[in-house]
Design a protein around this ligand. Structure first.
Ligand SMILES: Nc1ncnc2c1ncn2[C@@H]1O[C@H](COP(=O)(O)OP(=O)(O)OP(=O)(O)O)[C@@H](O)[C@H]1O
Ligand SMILES: [Mg+2]
Length: 426
């Protein structure tokens, strides 16, 4: 199937041609007709498979076909995202896809002055992309009205409906017209969130290309067992390999990210950090320099985990494992996008084994272990494959004369995997 087989109008077909898109991805193939028919939709598909275009294209078509005069301060469509950088990116996508249409878009987010945003909203817009905080802020200042919204989109819907954002969403929903077209998308969708979503959506169609939390196909995922004190040495060791050309490193905490950036810089590695304590200017600069290749290693917290589409990330390294298993799916999904290949490496200590288990359970797959690295920690490895008691016994056995000098092995170990070799699917 080609894009030309989808019922999209000529200006959109032209924009797709300009962008070099020929074949719709599965989520685009399935979601676009459903949205064009006016149904509410809950869309689940893997990271990097074009969910943005799956909602932007039909929205633009609906707005262009039903062209009504824009009213001051009123957006016709509202797209909410969890982070500022993602809002900016979706806005850029809208501009790309609508370049042959006469539609007006705006993006609003916190951390920057509101003057330009207020000006952009004044005459009304067809599509507004926003983060919830700034949206409510400008609404309360009466620079914005939400009573003419025709289409309401939650990108990263499960994140928007979880603890961090649900209070904002609960305040925003009553401000929207009751009769509206709702579209929710994500690569992960826990069942409790689906239940919550179904209370907001009206007789939605569910398009599930793959079960929620399915990792992108072309990511070669591995785990390295390492002691906490050796993680930085391991990272520096891996970075000697220049095939790690554009590397996104995830940390749990902002100060941890700062610390690693400092240490990398000291060792002559071109690195930058992105997290919530940085100014918006510094966040965008770090991202831009990473995108352009000026910075080789971007050290991030989970603010960079969802939605960001950066070309050519060769490796995602989980320096620390996420405590929420769905975060792992999004973090590693920053590589291997749009059919490209990519690698992910998780650093795992004995203390982090429960997170590793949760991740493997959630993604319904085992992650291949690489032992052939200089900081391989037998203790962490043993802890990760056996219960504590069994681990102790295995270590003791290894230390006894005549005992095996390797770590206790189980089926999940790939004995001869070397770092850098193409992955055998595990
Ligand atoms: N049909 C297509 N043909 C070629 N490239 C495409 C197509 N659709 C989208 N892309 C490209 O694929 C990349 C990923 O798209 P997008 O960011 O929409 O993914 P996503 O499914 O939203 O991922 P995530 O879950 O991480 O947010 C983008 O660079 C986009 O330009
Ligand atoms: Mg996305």
């Amino acid at each position: 199937m080609k894009f030309t087989d989808l019922p999209l109008v000529a200006p959109l077909q032209m924009a797709l041609k300009d962008a070099g898109y020929e074949t719709p991805t599965p989520i685009q193939r399935e979601a676009i007709p459903v949205i064009l028919e006016g149904h509410d939709l809950l869309g689940v598909a893997q990271t990097g498979t074009g969910k943005t275009a799956a909602f932007c294209l039909p929205i633009l078509q609906i707005l262009a076909k039903n062209h009504i005069r824009r009213e001051p301060k009123c957006p016709r469509t509202l797209i909410l995202t969890p982070t500022r950088e993602l809002a900016i990116q979706i806005h850029q996508n809208l501009v790309t896809y609508s370049r042959h249409l006469k539609l007006k878009h705006a993006v609003i987010f916190g951390g920057v002055g509101q003057g330009n945003q207020v000006r952009d909203l004044a005459g009304g817009v067809d599509v507004l992309v926003a983060t919830p905080g700034r949206l409510m802020d400008l609404f309360q200042q009466k620079y914005l009205r939400l009573d003419k919204i025709e289409i309401f989109v939650l990108d990263e819907a499960d994140r928007m409906l979880d603890m961090g954002f649900i209070q904002d969403i609960k305040r925003i929903l009553p401000l929207l017209p009751k009769k509206r077209h709702n579209l929710f998308f994500s690569a992960t969708m826990p069942s409790e969130v689906q239940r919550l979503a179904s209370g907001i959506l009206t007789t939605p169609q569910k398009v599930e290309v793959t079960p929620p939390a399915t990792t992108a196909e072309k990511i070669d995922q591995t785990v390295m067992f390492v002691d906490k004190s050796k993680k930085l040495d391991l990272l520096l060791h891996l970075l000697k390999d220049r095939t790690l050309s554009r590397v996104l490193v995830f940390m749990q905490m902002k100060h941890g990210a700062n610390r690693i950036v400092e240490k990398l810089l000291k060792q002559g590695v071109n690195a930058a950090g992105i997290h919530g304590d940085k100014s918006q200017g510094a966040r965008q600069r770090a991202l831009e320099e990473f995108r352009s290749g000026k910075v080789r290693v971007l050290v991030a917290t989970d603010i960079a985990a969802r939605g960001l589409d950066i070309d050519g990330i060769s490796h995602v390294i989980n320096f620390e494992l996420p405590h929420l298993p769905d975060s792992y799916v999004h973090r590693i999904g920053r590589t291997a996008r749009a059919g490209a290949e990519g690698k992910s490496i998780a650093f795992c200590t004995a203390e982090e084994k429960s997170f590793l288990f949760a991740i493997e359970k959630n993604t319904r797959q085992k992650i291949a272990v690489i032992e052939d690295q200089p900081y391989h920690s037998v203790e962490s490895a043993v802890a990760a494959v056996t219960s504590v008691g069994k681990a102790k016994a295995a270590i003791e056995k290894r230390q006894r004369p005549g005992g095996s000098d390797g770590p206790a092995r189980s089926g999940r170990f790939k004995k001869n995997r070397r770092f850098g070799k193409p992955a055998a699917k595990g």
